[in-house]
Write a protein that binds this ligand. Sequence first.
Ligand code: HEC
Ligand code: HEC
Length: 510
Amino acid sequence: MFEQPRRRQRQSEKRVSTTIRFAILGGAALLTAALSAMLWAQTQPTDPGVRGIAWCVGCVNGVGTCSSGLHGLNNCFQTGLTYNEKESESAAVSQFTTAAVVGCQTSGSNVAGCGLGPRFNSNSCSSCHQQPVLGGSSPQSNPLFQVYKSDGSDQFNNKMPSFEATDGPVLIPRLPTSDGGTGLVQQLFTIAGTSFPDCTIQQPNFSAETGLVYRQPLPLYGDGYVDFIENSDILNNLNSNLTLKTSLGVIGMANIGDDGSVTRMGWKAQWRATLPAVGSEEQVEEGITNEQFPTEIDQTSGCDVNAMPEDPTNYVYQGSSMTPWLFLADAERDAIFVRFLSTPVPSTASTQNGGVGPGPGCPNQSDNGQSCVNGAADFSSIHCDLCHTISYTTPPGSIPSQGHTQLNLYSDLLLHHMGNCLADNITQGLAQGDMFRTPPLWNIGQRIWFMHDGRTSNILQAILDHSDQFCTGGSGSGPYENSEADAVINNFENLTPSSQQDLLNFLRSL
Ligand code: HEC
Ligand code: HEC
């Protein structure tokens, strides 16, 4: 169930004192006040909940059944790819969903999906990226409970840390340097166990660590397009509307990579593009060394069971039977999968099956989608769009179908100070301990958990959590300046309950 937003308590306190004041005015007035309070209570905005989707013709309940795909596969690949581009689909999907095992064969063919550990979080990309379909975010049922004791062939000694819940998001922990940690991801599990008796490394003692911070998986839809958004477009956007931004306290800053360009993927905009993000993910989440990240996370002897890197280019396939996608390393095949994912498809009044699932969404409302239209207008009029920039357009693409495309991603791809309540004290590139990248909101209608640490499943609470005043969780006190979103969230608070509801409906239509 959704937790109650904190703001409700504050307003019901207000309601009690209002009622008391009315009581002294006499019975009739009391009745009026009680009636209006009832009416008020009925109109309080509520999150319509996770919506089902229509990714493509024939999709049911958000599960892709894209029989139009070349290989008839269940996924969300873009339309408009050339025949040759699409030929890689089967290999890319199977790579993304392959559960990696620990041991790699060193002679003959190199198996796809090996090299798990010695420290790892999970054993396949698709385990963490699958809501509502392949390539998405953390699913309703926490996949880590399926993998921590065995990868299917080997048995591990692991215990499940107490911060993971069977019905919660996958949470990846870090211990900030301010709390005596490295600030890097602390892998949850190890391969130690009966299958690898020489490997005796231990899981981190999470219950003894205070100050742990968490991140949940991000959806990957549209990442292939985001790769090619021009640097200059992001920086021009940063420098636009300055008078308005200054009056509202919105600033923003680009995270910058080694080549001077704007890095833009990940919760702190720490990665420039899909391929390096995938290489890093393969190493960090699964412990698989690759050509971009060839260092094993833990080099303790007895745990180094494979030749390095564990995921190399497969030269062995050269010859008469070579196909391009067999020659590639696993990470490159995974990157193809991510790059060719479709951009999310919002639900509109005309896509009647867009609203199936537990949440009503706009299409199922009697007003033919008017509530979402109003909500979209409110989103801009109260200036959510100063950070959640509605769109960028890609330049000409060498994958032609990705060029000249207007991406309605709802993100400036920039970093913002978000206050003490959201701060995680982790520094990445130029991103400071209280800074996060504005996350794209496309696909937010289908997300189960919100914010970097998945702290809420209520989209109303996610909005309130932007603000120093209404945020819950986190310490709330610390060295950081106020959230850049404070004034915009005050604007949200000043909307009528029905306009707030429109805004929530609009978000759940994305
Ligand atoms: C154990 C869970 C887990 C597994 C397994 C996993 N990821 Fe992730 N993924 C995450 C988390 C958490 C983030 C956010 C990381 C951050 O910003 O610190 C993320 C972020 C990403 C991003 C950046 C998305 C964006 O738009 O900013 C990409 C790309 C990605 N993952 C691809 C992959 C691929 C490919 C694999 C398999 C090789 C994989 N992931 C395996 C949890 C996982
Ligand atoms: C100052 C910039 C800024 C403004 C203004 C802003 N946001 Fe955000 N928004 C962010 C950042 C940064 C995050 C991620 C914070 C985190 O994960 O800790 C975020 C997260 C979100 C999320 C959750 C996204 C996810 O992936 O979990 C939603 C929903 C959202 N914002 C909606 C809104 C709405 C609606 C408004 C206007 C009322 C708004 N935001 C105003 C910067 C902003």
